[in-house]
Ligand binder design. Structure first.
Ligand code: AHR
Length: 512
């Protein structure tokens, strides 16, 4: 067994941990919406899956992105409002739908169903408008329909469809992956399209009384495309103009590794690739800083997570939910804390049944996947200030680099935050630390030093996830509860907190 030591520099603030860093993404794809959030065969009345809604509500989902994904640039929002029996059935150009794997969209789940769901679970909605096959008028009309409080035809239609008050949707994405499925545009083309859309979306917001919207522009994971996009905004028709509040990119990893068939070296690779998300954030942030600035333009990672070979269009992008993937999510959430000065939102893909979902359903059953447990464990970071951690850790040489560009894997990682943690009702000044043991082969003894705090005089609590679980164990309806957190014994001698972390685990330590 090898030791690792983590020092938490309580005064070295990185940035605020907005709840949006723990956000989610849902798309009309496979069984995410139909069979996942909504009963596919329910033609009228409320067709929500109450078991899924309960799980999402219990998780305190802060923000939910919808309707895509690639689907967003093929979606016409007016198809999904009004009486359900009158809504047109359309083909879904990108994905099959529901358990029948039919590449058609019933439009039973539309704007009201989504926004009402967000209200029920107290999540901030994030809508992505159709740039690829839509037009600026359609986008501006959607903003007006959702958010306008006057007496226009669109506002009255919303009322006639059952919603008196404006929904006050704050986050608006202008397209999705417009370098690819959202229109295959060059950066210069998309900059032009974005400007056109934003002109009308932006003008519409002037009529909104109570709030501003936040506009999101799509970048690409490779900085070169994003650099050209930002340069196009820097040399706009009337000089530099960056009419957006956030820039987003997507990060999927583990593409070549099937977890049920993987060995220890493959586990290392998946975790190294997850860790490389930090490099991607830094590259994109540097690209933003070269033209605009990350003080004005936040970085959003509005699709991220493990995407394994099992997840194909034919499988509805379904793949098994394992502790390994959950551990990779903890690696990424720790990175969001490390970059809390620039990252303004993260949305794991996807909420139910698809890719690294948090909730899985099968017929009448719905259960929490291991990744759900990680999100739950990280909740106390929200609304605190992320602070610097230094980690002395053993590393392992990697047999294969994957897309991480790394030749080693640091085996222990951590992030920490300080402040009021409303969700656990603790006092101001709590230090909350989340630790990953990325070593799937061995336990590690981890010592935590909290600057300026004598743990012997403090209250220290700790929990651990997956202590008795194998990295490739698949969560099912029957065994889902066995992935819940356990209490973790702590020692608080000699000014340090010491915990022992079993292989492939995630721990949370609260010192107050
Ligand atoms: O999440 C699945 C797909 O991945 C999304 O539709 C697209 O945006 C991305 O390529």
């Amino acid at each position: 067994m090898t030791d690792a030591e983590i020092t938490i520099h309580r005064d070295a603030t990185i940035g605020h941990v907005g709840p949006e860093l723990h956000g989610h993404f849902s798309e009309h794809l496979g069984r995410c919406i139909y069979d996942g959030m909504w009963h596919a065969d329910e033609a009228d009345g409320t067709g929500y899956r109450e078991d899924v809604v309960d799980l999402l509500e219990a998780l305190d989902v802060p923000v939910l992105r919808w309707p895509g994904g690639c689907f967003a640039d093929d979606y016409h929002w007016e198809d999904g409002v009004g009486p359900r029996e009158d809504r047109p059935r359309r083909r879904n150009l990108s994905w099959a739908q529901g358990s029948e794997q039919v590449p058609e969209e019933s439009n039973a789940f539309g704007t009201h169903e989504f926004l009402d769901l967000c209200e029920r679970i107290d999540a901030e909605p994030y809508l992505a408008v159709n740039v690829g096959s839509g037009d600026p008028q359609e986008a501006a009309d959607w903003v007006e329909y959702c958010n306008y409080d006057g007496e226009t035809d669109l506002a009255e239609r919303r009322r006639a469809n059952g919603r008196e008050e404006p929904y006050e949707v704050r986050y608006w994405g202008i397209g999705n992956e417009n370098w690819g499925c959202g229109g295959n545009m060059t950066p210069e083309q998309y900059a032009g399209e974005y400007r056109r859309f934003e002109t009308y979306v932006g003008r519409t917001t002037r009529h909104l009384v109570d709030h501003d919207i936040e506009r999101i522009v799509c970048g690409y994971r490779e900085p070169e495309w994003t650099r050209k996009l930002l340069e196009a905004f820097a040399s706009g028709p009337r000089g530099p103009h960056f009419p957006f509040d956030h820039l987003t990119f997507h990060r999927y990893y583990g593409r070549t590794i099937s977890v049920p068939e993987a060995d220890d070296a493959d586990y290392d690779q998946v975790l190294a690739e997850a860790l490389a998300t930090g490099d991607r954030i830094e590259r994109i942030a540097a690209t933003v800083d070269a033209t605009a600035t990350t003080r004005d333009v936040g970085v959003i990672v509005d699709e991220w997570g493990a995407w394994h070979p099992e997840a194909t269009a034919d499988s509805g992008l379904e793949q098994p939910g394992t502790p390994l993937d959950a551990l990779s999510a903890a690696v990424v959430l720790n990175l969001f804390n490390h970059h809390a000065d620039v990252v303004t939102m993260g949305n794991i893909a996807q909420t139910v049944n698809v890719l690294q979902c948090l909730v899985e359903t099968d017929g009448e059953d719905a259960w929490a996947r291991p990744t759900y447990r990680v999100f739950d464990l990280f909740t106390p970071h929200r609304n605190s200030d992320a602070v610097t951690t230094t980690v002395e850790t053993p590393t392992r040489d990697l047999a294969q680099a994957g897309d991480s560009d790394r030749d080693d894997l640091p085996l222990v990682g951590a992030s920490a935050s300080v402040g009021m943690s409303a969700s656990v009702g603790s006092d101001d000044g709590e230090t909350f630390v989340t630790v990953t043991n990325r070593d799937c082969r061995a336990a590690h003894t981890v010592r935590l030093v909290v600057d300026g705090v004598d743990p012997a005089a403090a209250t220290v609590d700790a929990e651990v996830l997956f202590a008795d679980r194998a990295p490739d164990e698949v969560a099912t309806a029957e065994n889902a509860d066995s992935f819940a957190a356990d209490q973790l014994p702590v020692e608080t001698d000699s000014g340090v907190v010491t915990v022992e972390l079993p292989p492939a685990t995630v721990a949370a330590v609260s010192v107050r």
